[in-house]
Design a protein around this ligand. Structure first.
Ligand SMILES: Nc1ncnc2c1ncn2[C@@H]1O[C@H](COP(=O)(O)OP(=O)(O)OP(=O)(O)O)[C@@H](O)[C@H]1O
Length: 249
């Protein structure tokens, strides 16, 4: 059989130290292509540090990670983005004084090398079409000309997902995508994540357990920078170690 391997991401002994503090300790983590995986764990467990390594914001102290079999440890964020890993941030990453479509278009352009408006009309048309498709995918059809600052909180969060999607990732890392959302917005965003998950692999850090249990196919639990448990939502919910250190707190 041809085609890409089932394994999209593997970390090997990923370790991050901040002075005397070990934020990630020899983490070995495998992610299958097409999965929706949640990472949970108490405050300070290392979840953000893990995302920061995968997106090139942080260089691990030791260990490495492979994306599609290629060691891309320590590459700068823009190179990692080119390889196909995108991240939607918890803290807003949008340009508030640009329109929704401009926000997505700028991200889509970052995918193209040597892009020039004057010489590549066709490419420009493609980019606009791409940006419109992305807006539609994140439920913002018809909002393209609105200033990002004027969108509701939920719409802004979905626009952030759109900005990440516009870079055409294979792996999308979502940082608390439903934080601060109303119940209705949370439901919409969960539906959105399910829709986009048909075409890519999703890694999600989320504190809202209902969201995690409903969305994720598998869950990895971090605790003090190590993987404490991994399994289906059902397995994690009845794992005594998880209950002890995490769900009860
Ligand atoms: N830049 C930094 N310098 C020093 N210590 C840091 C730095 N970033 C994170 N830490 C520490 O590393 C540990 C892991 O932090 P991290 O933010 O990865 O946890 P987390 O699981 O994402 O927590 P939360 O759920 O609160 O976001 C914590 O003890 C934190 O204080």
């Amino acid at each position: 059989m041809g085609g890409a391997s089932a394994l999209i991401l593997r970390t090997e002994g990923l370790t991050v130290r901040f002075g005397g503090l070990t934020a990630l300790n020899r983490v070995n983590f495998d992610l299958q292509r097409g999965e929706i995986r949640a990472i949970i764990g108490p405050n300070g467990a290392g979840k953000s540090t893990f995302f920061n390594c995968l997106t090139g914001v942080l260089r691990p102290s030791t260990g490495r990670f492979l994306f599609n079999g290629e060691d891309i440890t320590g590459l700068p964020p823009n190179w990692i983005s080119q390889k196909g890993i995108a991240r939607s941030y918890q803290i807003t990453n949008i340009f508030p004084n640009a329109t929704a479509i401009e926000n997505v278009r700028i991200a889509a352009q970052s995918r193209r090398h040597g892009w020039s408006l004057l010489t590549h009309h066709r490419a420009y048309r493609d980019i606009i079409e791409k940006a419109e498709a992305v807006l539609e995918a994140v439920g913002l059809r018809g909002k393209g000309d609105e200033m990002a600052a004027n969108l509701s909180h939920g719409e802004q969060r979905n626009l952030e997902i759109g900005i990440a999607l516009a870079t055409e990732p294979q792996l999308l890392c979502l940082d608390e995508p439903t934080a601060g959302m109303s119940a209705a917005e949370t439901r919409d965003t969960m539906a959105l994540v399910r829709r986009i998950a048909k075409n890519l692999t999703i890694l999600i850090v989320e504190h809202d357990m209902r969201v995690v249990m409903e969305l994720a196919q598998r869950i990895t639990v971090f605790h003090y920078g190590e993987i404490l448990a991994e399994g289906t939502p059902e397995e994690i919910q009845r794992n005594p170690r998880v209950l002890e250190v995490y769900l009860k707190t």
